[in-house]
Design a binder for this molecule. Sequence first.
Ligand code: NAP
Length: 246
Amino acid sequence: MLEGRIALVTGAGRGIGRETALKLAGYGADVAVNYSGSKEKAEETVRMIRALGRRAVAVQADVSKQEDCERMFREVKETLGTVDILVNNAGITRDNLAVRMSSEEFEQVIDTNLKGAFFCMKLAGRDMMKKRYGRIINLSSISGVRGNAGQMNYCAAKAGIIGMTKCLAKELASRGVTVNAVAPGYIDTDMTAALPEKVKEAVLAQIPLGRMGQPKDIAEAVAFLASDRAAYITGQTIQVDGGMGI
Ligand code: NAP
């Protein structure tokens, strides 16, 4: 399904990013595995992809830094080739009530979750326009769709992702590039493991399907959007949340 395609997944050493990298490789893509600090985990993801018979490379870059993103795209081009599929997955939380939130907490989340995706879309978009082919999938969140108390920084970034997705979908549609977002609900990763038990129980009670999502639930939606089966879908946000957003 994705044979011959080259994918770059940001934050692919662990969590949703790793599962997505493996899913894309399972469908035939070669994958660049970006990480910021988790070198060993990224190298493990690379080994898992190679075991599937696909090419893979680990690339360190802090996506909040433009020069890191530029170097990352150069390295991917030299090792695997130009990127056909970009998955902007890297993300962080710095939760706090709005009245207590520091500008550092606000900026860190915007810089990684929103600006990081902007830098990568800019860099991937150039090559995709030339090739007249590309798939960009951005990780938003139910928090960006519905809002969530204690996450003003994260809600702003994830709502911003949806806006950027619609903008770039319009800019690149005539060049054969689709741009979509996936908005996960409550997924079982390190990010949610850090939540207090009481919060976890309250969130679970809001999920009609009655369980947390697994990273593979998100990876499957990303892989679909990356495939030719989704060729006529652009500018959309698919909520993968067990019905939480209904
Ligand atoms: P996670 O387990 O906390 O993993 C976060 C990933 O982002 C790690 O691979 C991390 O890499 C990477 N990352 C963080 N800062 C980075 C930076 N500056 N540069 C490059 N990579 C960076 O999170 P997750 O749950 O898998 O979340 C993945 C995405 O889904 C995020 O965008 C998140 O907001 C979104 N999402 C998650 C949920 C959920 O319930 N889990 C819900 C909605 C949306 P290093 O370890 O190398 O730093």
